[in-house]
Structure formats: C-alpha cells, structure tokens
Design a protein around this ligand. Structure first.
Ligand SMILES: Cc1cc2nc3c(=O)[nH]c(=O)nc-3n(C[C@H](O)[C@H](O)[C@H](O)COP(=O)(O)OP(=O)(O)OC[C@H]3O[C@@H](n4cnc5c(N)ncnc54)[C@H](O)[C@@H]3O)c2cc1C
Length: 506
C-alpha cells in the first residue's frame, strides 16, 4: 500500500479521464454498486481496486480456517443467489469465487482497474466534480462511491522491539503462504474472530503455539454443516426455497436485536448458553477461569466455534492472558517478565476501523480533509453522506456495522438509497448534492442517544466498535429492517441539490 502521508490530497497533473461514477473498491460494496448502476442504465463508471482481483475481504484474507460467520444463504447478494454453496458457512475460497463469478456474470471485470490504488480525491467546486488521483493516473468523476471496506486495513500494534525480531511476522489478513509453519514455535496475538478460526487450523502443524489473549471472547458452538446434494438440487429447481432459507437466517439473527440494542438483560439467556459451552468444553477450572469474559455477552462480537476451546487444551498450546510486553530478537516478553521463544509471530489484531486510511486522502469543500472533519469520530447521514463532501456516498460508512447479521443486507439497503439519490439528481437536473449539516447532526444525535441503552455501551467492554473518543461510531444500534426502511427512498429534504455548473450534464 502506498504511504498515506506521502499522498494525502496530492492531485497529480495530466489529462484526467472522466466518468459519471467512480467506485473505490471491488468487494461486496463496490461490486454491488456497479451491478446496481448497470441496472439503472448508468454505464459510465469505473472501479478502482488496489488488489489484483475482486473480492475485497474475501480476496485478502487467506489464512487457514478463514470462513464467514453469517450463513451464506444470507451473506451473499439477494439478486445473485447461489444454490451451490457447499456448506452453511463456506470457507474463504468459496466466497472469493462467488464474488468473482458475480463480477463476471454482470460484465464487470473489464470495468475494474486492478492494482489501482486511489491516492487522493478532491472535490472541485468550480467544475462540480471529484478529481481523483490513482496509481493508474488521474480521473474526474461526477459522483464518487467509496467502498473501501470496514475491515480492510490490517492493524499491527506498535510493540517495542518488533522491528528487531529475527523470525517471521505477519498479520492474518496478509498471510505469508511461503512460510512453512510445520514444526515452528508460533505466537499468535489476539483472540478475536480471525484468531478463533486460525488457531484450530494451524495447531496440528506447529510445534508450540502461544496464544496471547488480552480479553477472552464469548464463544458459542458453531452451527456449520455441509449442504447436501438433495438440498442443492432443491435450491436449483425451486429458488423460492433458498429465498425462504435466507429469510429464516435473517429473522433468526434479528432475534438477537432486542437483547443487543433494547434490553441487554435479555442477553443473559445467550450468556447462559455460552457459559454452559465453556463448562462443557473446558473441564480445568483454572483454564476456564482465564477464558471466562468479564463483560456482557454481545458487547464484543459473539464468536461461533466448536474447535476453539478444544484446541486451547492441546498439549502444544499455551494461553497467556495478558498482552505482549515487548518483542526480543528470538521471542516475546510477557508482562511478568518471562520470555516465550518463538520463530513466528502472527497478529490477529484486527483492522483500522474508525480511523480508516482513506479519510485523510479525501478533501471536500474548501479542501477540508475527511479525517480532520471527523476528528477521530466518523459521522455521516444514514451512514452514507457527509456534510461538506458533495456527491460522495460511503458504503458501510459510520454506524452501519453489525455484530449479529449480514453486512451485505446493509450494503444493499445503502445501494437502494444511492441509486434513488442519483435518480433524484437526474430528475431535478442537479449536478451537486450535499447533505445538510443539521440533518446529519440530528441523525447522529439520535443514533448516539439510541446507543446509550445498547449492550455495546452498557456491557462493560472496550471493543473495536469504539472510536478514539470512546463513541460507538461503528455499529447500527437497532433492527436492521429499520435501516432498510430509512434508506429505502432518497429523502431530498435532508439535502441541498444544486444545478450542475454550465456545460456539465447530469
Ligand atoms: C475474516 C473476515 C470475515 C468476515 N466475515 C463476515 C461475515 O461472516 N459476515 C459479515 O457480515 N461480515 C463479515 N466480515 C466483514 C466484511 O468486511 C464485510 O462483510 C464485507 O466484506 C465488506 O465489503 P466491502 O466491499 O465494504 O469491503 P471489502 O470487502 O473490504 O472491500 C473493500 C475493497 O476496497 C479496496 N480499497 C480500499 N482502499 C482502497 C484504495 N485507496 N484504492 C483502491 N482500492 C481500495 C480494498 O482493497 C478492498 O478490495 C468479515 C471480515 C473479515 C476480515
């Protein structure tokens, strides 16, 4: 990745290529945008993708055991069902291939600039369009759709001594497949959603595995199972059946919302299940104690796994219930001063979420940088539009993340909204659309007011949902159908629409 500091807001000279819509990212968000634009008859778009292929999350994360944790009947596009899923929770290659097939089927491959990183984007008020600098040269775009991904920039803690480590170091999202783990002594830092998948997958290979756990997760049994051929045949012949399965998963997941977002006490029932799971799986009371969370279930993502606890009891696995103090050339120092000699360190430490690297690269009205405007606390209107940044739509923007359901549902809701906004622009002959600051502020005040009573606020944990100010600017704090309802139609009264400058068509 190109250094953000080096490129912040620098627009290179040269004759730019103009497009109606510029799309950043070729994951679920970017591909979904392109497909929906095609359906609306908007053909003049380009997708900039810094990776070598489509898939986003599902291209980048290739660590052993990588798997979705929302059933793929739901974790897939509603307009591109896949009756061929091999299991209820497919592994990464199957999701990557699904997204590749979608891109091919909807004729997107030739519209994507692969290996093309967006370095800077600047709103040009006089021209009424975005000037976008990419590693492939300059572009201009009437409208920018940013789908950089909520979890696409791996974050590695700045540990003292890490630079001097003589072994191999990598993050789960940038797995080094050339490094043979067989017979290695491995430290894995973190016990979140990726760690819980990768640890059981690599434990049989390695000589010794030390798991550094700062906060234990709540873990429930995984419901993954193969989908049988008769089931697949039924889905092929009767697509309605798969739609029903999708709806079943969706509403089943929404049953968690009353507990997560309204009455955290309800989550006690789920907590009892997780505690019973822990008791069943970990007979050793001392280890069980170390693996028992001290916060309410749901405050951090609830993790499904039927192999995590068993793996932690294997003789070659050791759980250190503290962070890493420092790294030495041949090992890792624990807070008690003891040293674990290791030859590989794997970071399962998550991503930059509320401080996304695209924010300093985007400059709006008057040259203001999005990162400065947000000042560590991302805010948008309906998670999509930001005051001061005309003609820019964010996918999976602030407060659209979920702890319990499929992000693809939220993306599709946002896409309906963006498409309707584009139609409104065309209908009204507008070339410039900007959300009103008051509308954005009132919206965010309501979100934060709602957030107060959710388990993410009252649950007693510190999670990656919180930004640098301690505000939860990541999660949607309600039933997801409420978000769908809020984004079903574009609401022009919340926006200022202005005509395009002379000579610019919309
Ligand atoms: C291991 C893992 C498992 C997950 N499992 C689930 C799950 O089961 N259910 C669920 O709902 N969610 C899950 N998620 C969350 C997941 O990120 C979203 O579901 C979804 O993939 C988001 O799609 P997206 O298109 O917004 O982002 P991404 O898939 O991250 O795609 C963003 C794309 O933008 C590109 N990009 C970013 N910046 C630039 C730039 N400057 N220039 C050019 N290109 C750029 C990136 O390279 C990337 O390809 C998971 C995440 C991870 C990491």
């Amino acid at each position: 990745m190109v250094d953000t500091q080096e490129h912040e807001g620098t627009i290179s000279a040269g004759e730019p290529r103009h497009v109606r819509v510029g799309i950043l990212g070729a994951g679920f968000g970017g591909l979904g945008t392109a497909i929906r634009l095609g359906r609306e008859g908007i053909d003049d778009f380009v997708i900039w993708e810094r990776h070598e292929d489509v898939g986003g999350t599902w291209w980048a994360n290739t660590y052993p055991g990588c798997q979705c944790d929302i059933p793929s009947h739901l974790y897939s596009f509603s307009f591109a069902p896949n009756p061929e899923w091999s299991r209820t929770y497919p592994m990464q290659p199957e999701l990557r291939d699904y997204l590749r097939r979608c891109a091919e089927r909807f004729g997107l491959i030739e519209r994507i600039r692969f290996g093309c990183e967006v370095l800077a984007a600047e709103w040009d008020e006089a021209a009424g369009r975005w000037r976008v600098d990419t590693s492939d040269g300059p572009f201009t775009a009437d409208v920018l759709v940013a789908a950089p991904g909520p979890l696409s920039e791996p974050s590695i803690p700045d540990l003292p001594g890490l630079g001097g480590f003589e072994g191999e170091v990598f993050h789960t999202a940038t797995w080094n497949h050339d490094h043979d783990l067989r017979g290695k002594r491995v430290a894995i830092v973190g016990t979140g959603a990726s760690a819980i998948q990768v640890v059981p997958a690599i434990q049989p290979l390695v000589e010794q595995l030390t798991v550094f756990q700062r906060t234990p997760p709540w873990v429930v049994p995984h419901r993954d199972r193969p989908i049988t051929e008769p089931e697949r045949r039924a889905y092929r012949r009767f697509p309605l059946l798969q739609r029903l399965a999708r709806a079943g998963v969706y509403f089943g997941r929404e049953l968690l919302v009353p507990g997560l977002a309204y009455q955290p006490r309800i989550m006690k029932a789920v907590e009892r299940l997780a505690r019973a799971n822990l008791r069943r799986e970990i007979p050793d009371p001392e280890l069980r104690e170390r693996l028992t969370p001290d916060y309410a279930i749901g405050c951090k993502r609830i993790l499904p796994s039927s192999s995590w606890y068993r793996t932690l009891m294997e003789p070659n696995v050791d759980v250190v219930t503290s962070g890493v103090e420092e790294v030495r050339p041949n090992g890792v120092v624990c807070p008690d001063g003891s040293v674990r000699e290791v030859d590989t360190i794997i970071f399962a430490t998550g991503f930059y979420v509320t401080d996304i690297p695209i924010a300093p690269r985007v400059r709006g009205v008057g040259g203001a940088r999005l990162s400065e405007v947000w000042d560590g606390s991302p805010r948008a209107y309906r998670g999509t539009a930001v005051a001061g940044f005309p003609n820019l739509f964010f996918l999976v923007g602030p407060n659209t993340g979920l702890g319990h359901n499929s992000i693809v549902f939220m993306i599709e809701a946002q896409l309906a909204y963006v498409m309707d906004a584009l139609k409104a622009m065309r209908r009204r002959g507008a070339g410039r659309i900007e959300v009103r600051r008051e509308a954005q502020e009132a919206y965010n005040a309501r979100i934060q007011e709602r957030m107060g009573r959710t388990v993410w606020t009252t649950g007693g944990c510190s999670s990656w949902y919180l930004d640098s100010k301690g505000k939860n600017t990541t999660i949607w704090p309600d039933f997801t159908f409420r978000f769908w309802n809020a984004t079903r139609r574009f609401d022009p009264e919340a926006y200022e629409l202005a005509p395009a400058p002379a000579g610019v068509t919309t």
